[in-house]
Design a protein around this ligand. Structure first.
Ligand SMILES: [Zn+2]
Length: 231
């Protein structure tokens, strides 16, 4: 049996107060994934209340988001329509990981090595990773996987870092972006055109010309970087 867990695909994380262009980009893929999925779909909704700023999370992340019952808290209509006809379970949670999620799964099924729980959604580096590790803890013999192409992080770099951390904890990362250098951290920025350079793994400094055709005057740290781009 395969279960799909869609994490926090709510308006505030897509177009609202904590929205990102990456979250907007994955939305159609998540909708399609749910439509194509032949199995039970769980979906979580981050849910805060008027006391949000007094909570631990609110003290560190002061942006109001996903206030219960508001439009920002809702799931986008297209996704809602895709989820509705599926055998589905809504999980309301007031923090990153939901203990209710593994408890509910465990109450319903006795999962084993034949089974798989797949996750997608936002944010890769906060709620996806929290719930993936929680599920791995509860179900060590079940294959836990994450569809990287249907996840978005708080930043592209944080997304990549979280995928690596989950992989290290034996969570299967599917559909990794082939164009990986797109997401490598920049090592320096051209002072002329703002082009972000990434580096190479050898001692020879790469010859770089920026977008304006000006030869780079950067003090290039080649050892700290994995790749570089020539423009
Ligand atoms: Zn939250």
């Amino acid at each position: 049996m395969k279960l799909l867990v869609v994490i926090d695909m709510q308006n505030d994380f897509i177009t609202g107060s904590l929205g990102t262009k990456e979250a907007q980009e994955i939305l159609p893929r998540v909708v399609q994934k749910v439509k194509d999925f032949d199995g039970c779909v769980f979906y979580t909704q981050d849910s805060h209340h008027s006391d949000y700023l007094k909570t631990q999370e609110g003290k560190l992340l002061t942006t109001l988001h996903c206030i219960y019952g508001t439009n920002g808290w809702e799931i986008p209509n297209k996704l809602e329509v895709a989820i509705r006809p599926k055998a589905n379970h809504k999980i309301i949670k007031d923090t990153f990981g939901s203990e209710y999620l593994p408890y509910t799964i465990r109450k319903l099924w006795r999962l084993d090595g034949e089974d798989e729980i797949e996750l997608c959604g936002v944010c890769t580096d906060i709620c996806v990773i929290s719930n993936a590790l929680l599920l791995k803890t509860f179900f060590p013999e079940v294959k836990i996987s994450v569809d990287a192409s249907c996840c978005a992080g708080t930043t592209p770099e944080a997304h990549e870092t979280a995928l690596k951390a989950m992989k290290q904890c034996q969570i299967y990362i599917e559909n990794v972006n082939e164009d990986e250098d797109q997401n490598l951290p920049h090592c320096c920025t051209c002072s002329h055109c703002g082009y972000n350079y990434t580096g190479v793994n050898n001692d020879e400094p790469p010859r770089l010309t920026c977008k304006l055709g000006i030869k780079s005057n950067l003090n290039f740290s080649t050892k700290s970087c994995k790749k570089y781009k020539e423009t």
